[in-house]
Design a protein around this ligand. Sequence first.
Ligand SMILES: *Cc1c(COP(=O)(O)O)cnc(C)c1O
Length: 421
Amino acid sequence: MTNFLNTLEFAKQLDNQDPLHSYRNKFYIPQHEGQDMVYFTGNSLGLQPKTTKDYLQQELNDWAAYGVEGHFLAKNPWMSYHEILTDKTAKIVGALPSEVVVMNQLTVNLHLLMVSFYRPSKQRYKILCEAKAFPSDQYALQSQVKFHGYNIDEALIEIAPREGEYEVRHEDIFKAIEDNKDSLALIMIGGVNYFSGQVFDMKAIVEAGHKVGAIVGFDLAHGAGNLKLQLHDWNVDFAAWCSYKYLNGGPGCVAGAFVHEKHHKNTDMPLFAGWWGHDKATRFKMDREFVPIQSVERWQLSNAPILSMAAYKASLDMFDEVGMDKLNEKSKVLTAYLEFIVGEINKQKNNCLEIITPKENRGCQISIVAHGQGKALYNKLIENGVIPDWREPNVIRCAPVPMYNSFEDIYRFGEILLKLL
Ligand SMILES: *Cc1c(COP(=O)(O)O)cnc(C)c1O
């Protein structure tokens, strides 16, 4: 994209040509001095669709009208509410419907899946993960290792960028897999590194992991709704993601889980069971024996959080209407425009902004090191109507999301940032 221009007129022209531009109006955009804020934090908490309250109201009305009978009489019967989310969620992550379920929270799902997929033995007990992974993932992995009685320093192989670099080199991942081929039980990394925005080659990592006999799972907190995923075709063993980041479900909203179809028939696999994972035909016989559902629904424990799911459905219906193809197409141009604008600022400001997100391996997010700047810059951005995300010591994460961010947002971000530097 060499023919971008750093003008408001040009940004508005791109917005006019954008087939998804009208979706911006379907969201509440936080306001600053009577103007839309530049919201670049959809990778942390997505904005609220204006329809969310209607979806919630529907369930409140049905609860008021029917009480417990709402499980069967509600417009979307609560008994099977999670099932109406499955097909559309499966499309977002590139899975078969039987491989996807909406349940719990992200870290909860990671634990439940590791109960089944991290089965260490004396010989094979190591987990390959990212150094400085999102803290919750680090705690989850460490506690799983300790739970099984292994030493975290020996069991966790953390892959970091090389000295002076920000991007993890795939050759280093493959080498670590090969070096530990007899002791590697599990590879568990984020599909997108939350800090650098680097997207990993999931397909290649799965292949390399399987070749040495390891299980491969991904945390897709920053992948779901951002990247075009093909979890089934890539032969991923398991994955989990949250719905409040790119998927706009709302704070703490219900999460998602994926287990590849090839594992569904293996009912000997250990798991922590609950009644919602029991065969539906006989669930209410309330027998002593657990009869597992032959799909990822087996990993469900509890009956579904309907209010949270209703909020998720509001956004999910929009994702389904638009589709990941169109979102992805727009996302590439939007992010390239942000990169261009950062470059324009650099021309005037001595290259003080360094983009650490790899150009060839990225989704929406661009992480920028602001050399010579401190948190004061972030505070000033907020005061001037921009909401980016700040990571110590001097990293600004910006995620222009294709569903509601505009090219004008990016132009204005550039204008404000230039003024503040
Ligand atoms: C956002 C995020 C989480 C948050 O976990 P919750 O269980 O939803 O609180 C975990 N891991 C990663 C990689 C994340 O980006």
